[in-house]
Design a protein around this ligand. Structure first.
Ligand SMILES: O=C(O)CCC(=O)C(=O)O
Ligand SMILES: [Fe+2]
Length: 208
């Protein structure tokens, strides 16, 4: 069935995290829109595999990535610095739709391609100084469903898991990055590939 956004259940679910602020919109995009964007982004994105440094050792990142956005704003994490390509019409259209919902504007989007269950994103907080003190991150999922794990940094018994479905939008803000880490774990299940887009506000102003 083809439902318009107004008829779909786009109601937000607030995760019951103390000292964090995470909201999940299960059907931000329709299944048709989600698969159309997945197909376009899979082929049109300039995917790269960077090496990252963990405790002084160099590893290839276990997924492909790409950075698009305001070309004056580079982004550094895990020992790598990424320089953005300008937003494409596809990415601008998605960005506008998220900005209409949230009433704020993003400068950049980091895309992740998880090719199969062996690709992953290890425990981290998105707390780079370029993102400011209380980063706002809007994370759109396309393609295969993967689990998203959150764990508290200081009270390790506190944790939360949810499946991120195609077309869903997850918003992290407030003190989430101060108090919580998140990951996309590897899975032994046979899963298709997944694309994730994390829209961010990068505050540096250096010209590259
Ligand atoms: O793939 C995801 O849903 C999470 C991506 C993520 O945490 C990141 O890029 O910082
Ligand atoms: Fe993250």
């Amino acid at each position: 069935m083809n439902l318009f956004a107004s008829e779909r259940d786009i109601k937000p679910i607030h995760l019951p995290l103390e000292d964090g602020d995470v909201t999940y919109y299960p059907a931000f995009l329709s299944q048709e829109e989600a698969s159309e964007y997945y197909n376009i982004l899979f082929t049109e994105t300039d995917w790269q595999q960077d090496d990252i440094k963990i405790f002084g050792k160099i590893y290839p990142q276990p997924r492909l990535t790409a950075l698009y956005g305001d070309t004056t704003k580079s982004y550094s994490y895990s020992g790598i610095t990424m320089f953005p390509k300008p937003f494409t019409p596809t990415l601008s259209a998605i960005k506008n739709k998220i900005e209409d919902l949230m009433g704020i504007q993003f400068t950049s989007v980091l895309l992740n391609l998880y090719r199969d269950g062996t690709d992953s994103n290890g425990w981290h907080s998105d707390d780079e100084k370029e993102l400011g003190n209380q980063p706002i991150i809007a994370s759109l999922s396309l393609g295969a469903t993967r689990m998203f794990h959150l764990k508290h940094k200081y009270t390790t018994s506190k944790s939360y898991k949810l499946p991120l479905e195609a077309g869903s939008l997850l918003i992290m803000k407030g003190n989430t990055q101060h108090n919580w880490k998140h990951q996309i774990p590897k899975t032994k299940k046979k899963v298709d590939s997944r694309i994730n887009l994390t829209f961010r506000i990068i505050k540096n102003d250096e010209r590259n």
